[in-house]
Every structure is written in C-alpha cells, then in structure tokens.
Design a binder for this molecule. Structure first.
Ligand SMILES: Cc1cc2nc3c(=O)[nH]c(=O)nc-3n(C[C@H](O)[C@H](O)[C@H](O)COP(=O)(O)O)c2cc1C
Length: 195
C-alpha cells in the first residue's frame, strides 16, 4: 500500500501579541477549516527582539528559531489586526527579521494568505493592503481576493468554530484555494527532497 503523502505544513503568524487576541481566535478557526488539508503550526513573534541590523552577524536565538520555522513551512497564513490604519509593529518587526540578513530572505517563494479581523467596519482592509505590498516585495506568492473580517461578538463560538454561516462559507473558500495552492507548490519541493 502506498504511503500517505505528508500534509503540507503551514506557519501561522498572528499579528497581535495580546492574550485575548481576536485575530488569534480567527487564526485558530481558519486552521480548523483546513483540517485534513494541511498541518498548521502557530509561530511565535512576541519574543523576537526589536530589529537591529547590528545583530545580523550574530542572530539572536529567537530569530534563528523563527527563521527555521519559516524555512520548513510550505505556506504562510498571516492573520493580523490593523493598528493605526497599518501593520502592527510586532508583525512588521517579525517580517523584517524574516527578510534578513541580505540573501537569507525566509519569505521568498512561499505561498501566503493574508487576512485579519477588527471590530471596525473595514475589518483591517488598510493593514492588509500595506501588508500585501510588503509581502509581494519579499517574494511571497499571495492568493488573490480580499478577506476583510469585521469581528462581531458571536462570530466565533466557544468551540472555536465560525458561527456565522455566510462568513464561514466565505472563509472556507479562501482556505480551500490556499490549501490547494500550497499543496501544488509543496509537491515538487517534496519530490526534489526525496530524489
Ligand atoms: C494601537 C492600536 C491601534 C488600533 N488601530 C486600529 C485601526 O486602525 N483600525 C481598526 O479597525 N482597529 C484598530 N484598533 C482596534 C483593534 O482592531 C482591536 O484592538 C482589535 O481587538 C485588535 O486585534 P487583536 O484582538 O487581535 O489584538 C487599534 C488598536 C490598537 C491597540
């Protein structure tokens, strides 16, 4: 009997270090929507030091760990709040560490899905727009479409499931398309590694 191929590995990054983060709840719900399609690992960014180019020649241990986690990921899911109409500093800090040192960009060629939630009406649209520009400049392959989620108190239930039907269907569509893209790009990589 043929071995079941390993599931693609997703690195999930939440752009908030708040304990009760709404975006972490959304990220967990999205990981649930992808059950059976990929393995999701949440990657810490709250322990990364403030970026300092002086440390590029001797990377802090947390940065080495962070970049190793990105290296083994077949795809990146970023779920972020909007801070002052842009990317939260904690997330931008992580992106900068991932991009450096020069020539060791951890983001290049990785498929990525960007989404996020806020109680505000535009549901992180501006943060996501800024983030898309940054991630494209770093060579990630973003899935198309826009997934701005306005957070309502009953959006995610106690079991961590998206309780609103239309939002659930909307986001399932993104997760399915993303899982498909990650699997298609991961397969040749796995074949090359096995060769
Ligand atoms: C510094 C700061 C700036 C914020 N700026 C925005 C903003 O520009 N747009 C928005 O919709 N919400 C903004 N908010 C409110 C956040 O959407 C809200 O705090 C949300 O819960 C953050 O996501 P989290 O729960 O995952 O941390 C801001 C919150 C903070 C703390």
């Amino acid at each position: 009997m043929a071995n079941t191929p390993p599931k693609p590995q997703l690195a999930v990054i939440v752009g908030s270090n708040r304990r009760q983060s709404l975006n972490r709840k959304l990220a967990q719900a999205l990981a649930k929507l992808g059950t059976g399609k990929f393995e999701a690992s949440f990657v810490r960014i709250d322990d990364l030091p403030m970026f300092n180019q002086d440390q590029e020649t001797d990377l802090p241990a947390e940065v080495v760990r962070f970049k190793a986690e990105l290296a083994k990921a077949d795809g990146i899911l970023i779920v972020t709040p909007e801070h002052d109409r842009s990317i939260p500093a904690v997330l931008k800090n992580a992106i900068d560490w991932g991009a450096r040192p020069y020539g060791q960009n951890s983001w290049g060629g990785k498929p990525a899905f960007i989404t996020g939630t806020s109680p505000g009406a535009i549901g992180t649209a501006l943060a996501q727009q800024h983030l898309r520009a940054v991630m494209v400049s770093l060579g990630t392959i973003l899935i198309g479409g826009e997934a701005y989620v306005t957070f309502k108190p009953n959006l995610i239930d106690d079991a961590g499931t998206i309780a609103d039907d239309s939002t659930q269907k909307f986001l399932q569509g993104f997760v399915d398309r993303f899982a498909d893209l990650v699997a298609r790009l991961a397969q040749p990589r796995a074949e090359r590694a096995a060769a």
